[in-house]
Design a protein around this ligand. Sequence first.
Ligand SMILES: [Zn+2]
Length: 314
Amino acid sequence: MLMKKKLSLGYVKFLVTALGLFLWAGVYGQVPGLVVEQNPAKRVATAPESVFKMFQEAGMAPVNHELTALEVMKIEKAFAALPPLHQKILKGHLHSISFMDNMPNTALTSPVEGPDSTKTFNITFRAGILHETISEWATWKEQTCYEASTTPTYEISIEAGDLDAIVYILLHEATHVLDAVLEITPPVLDQADLVEPTPLTEGVWYKMNVPNEKYIDSLLEKTRFRSGKKVPIESAPEVYKALLKTPFVSLYGMASWSEDFAELATIYHLTKKMNQPFYVLVRKNKLELTRFEPMKNKLIKRRLKQLKFLYREQ
Ligand SMILES: [Zn+2]
């Protein structure tokens, strides 16, 4: 998830090391005598006040989560698994990462105003995801798209391996940071703006959140990340049949071109570089009805050359 609103640096609490040697001062905006933490995985700080406010206004009671030693280890592992360009971009543009309990969504990337013109970002994660596998978290997320009570004999799951969910979620959010810095999808002031496409969006998207006409499907338009509503679970086989006729790797990837890029880069890296599975299973009475495996889709394979730049020598 990506928040486009600007946040004020004044709200951001700074991270101080045990030795008190440095105070976080923006990645490039270094204060003389102060040292910036080089490892982005260690830039843990309380989330910006505006992020707390947003969740409070949504009726939640978010609280900062103090990380355990095991959680810190999982986070460092997830950063180490990122593609080389992601690592480089985060070094220069990650303001801080934050962990919260009682937040409604999984993660949120928001711009933070720095002391100079460098774009910097905070990523806030729901701390609970540190104790889920990718399969568990992705299954939960996919299930939120369906009204299960209509036909309880149907089941939806995502088989995406047993790595920590933070690996997937960090990769997705870090792709938003990379996108915002390198403009892989076109920047827009308003989602209704009609702008020049980039190679990544050309032929796929018409506007930020409107796919090209040939990829607009009446059933897919009713799904949660396009309409905000759930569809009956028995329509799931038809949903994935329709999704296979689009170049989108997931239902969430249809939310906007930035989610499309984040999902494409994440599922590509997970399957092709980390050798993990990724497919949606629809079962009825425990028997497989449909298997949706995006990386086998020709329309997606054609887009993969667009991701090569992520792996060039840095
Ligand atoms: Zn996102």
